[in-house]
Design a protein around this ligand. Structure first.
Ligand SMILES: O=C(O)CCC(=O)C(=O)O
Ligand SMILES: [Fe+2]
Length: 344
């Protein structure tokens, strides 16, 4: 990725300087930001029920229908206690509340995604997202770059480590249940996902914005992952999902994990499960912090539609692909939906 020089100021620094107007580089020419948006009814799924091998057909059907309807679920009973989720949120808040010089010890380098910084600038004309991020590889553990893992707040590292262990369990339960919901052998998605896959965490920090109707926290995109698990801010909304050409708000369900299909599972499921296009809005009153964890197959792992999901009624939609994330970035820069690169 050819990245241009990063900006001198993070968005957090910009927002703290009491500006009344937003710098030109962040302003969207998108009039859809000024309207109000309906709430999306995202099905709530009990992961405890899915984890048992005798899961009722009804629960599996609920999962299948949610993932083909809007591509996401609000997962509850996922095995992470509310006090532990509070801690995960707290270390995120504490990190972004540190002085700039302290956070900048973990700054990412130009051209690499890992570490602390603001939106990556890939072209002069790019309209920037109103957000700062801390991006960390969680697994496999030997790929972790601890130099980017904050030592302050004190328990940041151990809490994030524990979080990644727990999400690994959640991911397996989910991938198996997804296969069963389509009457497939339960390991068929898990096998394609592979045992060399990586989990990457992205803390997203959205400072308050003096002109929220002019900017986006994150521009519209679908995730290049297989699965994404999002721990939303407990109090501040902002995420929206595009469905049938309309934007919907994603409600906050305290203690739920918002889990969405990424492009790679859309490909594996031959388009049955949908990788939703989504974006983030900001507001002028309260900052918002979320933690997205992307689950991504190893670049050498070939992924493609499961054979049993291809037939005359539903012909093969996607090619087999490797290293989807690289493809993703090439298309993304051209302003196209990356998954088009995998269409037959
Ligand atoms: O912060 C959010 O609500 C969503 C962030 C997101 O879409 C992403 O990190 O890919
Ligand atoms: Fe996303």
């Amino acid at each position: 990725m050819a990245e241009l020089q990063p900006l001198a100021k993070t968005v957090q620094e910009l927002a703290a300087s009491n500006i009344k107007e937003v710098p030109e580089r962040y302003i969207r020419k998108d009039s859809t930001l000024e309207t109000s948006f309906p709430v999306l009814e995202i099905p709530t799924i009990d992961l405890q029920l899915l984890a048992s091998s005798s899961t009722s057909r009804e629960e599996l059907e609920k999962l299948r229908s949610a993932l083909s309807f809007c591509g996401c679920i609000q997962a509850i009973n996922h095995g992470l206690t509310s006090s532990f989720l509070d801690k995960v949120q707290e270390v995120g808040q504490q990190f972004f509340a540190l002085p700039s010089e302290e956070k900048k010890k973990y700054s990412r380098e130009v051209g690499s995604i890992e570490g602390y910084g603001n939106d990556m600038i890939l072209s002069e004309h790019q309209i920037l997202d109103w957000t700062d991020r801390l991006y960390l590889i969680l697994s496999p553990e030997e790929k972790r770059n601890l130099k980017f893992w904050p030592e302050n707040p004190q328990h940041f590292r151990e809490i994030l480590h524990e979080y990644s262990m727990k999400l690994q369990v959640v991911l397996e339960v989910l991938l198996k249940a997804m296969a069963r919901s389509l009457n497939l052998e339960e390991n068929c998605f898990l096998n394609q996902y592979g045992d060399q896959a990586t989990m990457q965490a992205r803390f997203n920090y959205y400072p308050v914005c003096p002109k929220p109707e002019q900017v986006l926290g994150v521009k519209p995109h679908a995730d290049g992952s297989a699965i994404t698990m999002l721990l939303q801010d407990k109090e501040v909304e902002g995420l929206q999902v595009l469905k049938d050409d309309q934007w919907f708000r994603v409600p906050i369900i305290p203690q739920a994990l918002l889990i969405n299909v990424g492009d790679q599972v859309e490909i594996m499921s031959n388009g049955i499960f949908k990788s939703p296009v989504h974006r983030v809005l900001t507001n002028s009153e309260r900052e918002r912090i979320t933690l997205a964890v992307f689950c991504i197959p190893h670049p050498d792992q070939e992924i493609g539609p499961v054979e049993e999901l291809i037939d005359e009624k539903r012909p093969r939609l996607y090619k087999k692909v490797k290293d989807y994330v690289s493809l993703y970035f090439q298309y993304y820069q051209k302003g196209r939906r990356p998954i088009e690169a995998a269409l037959i």
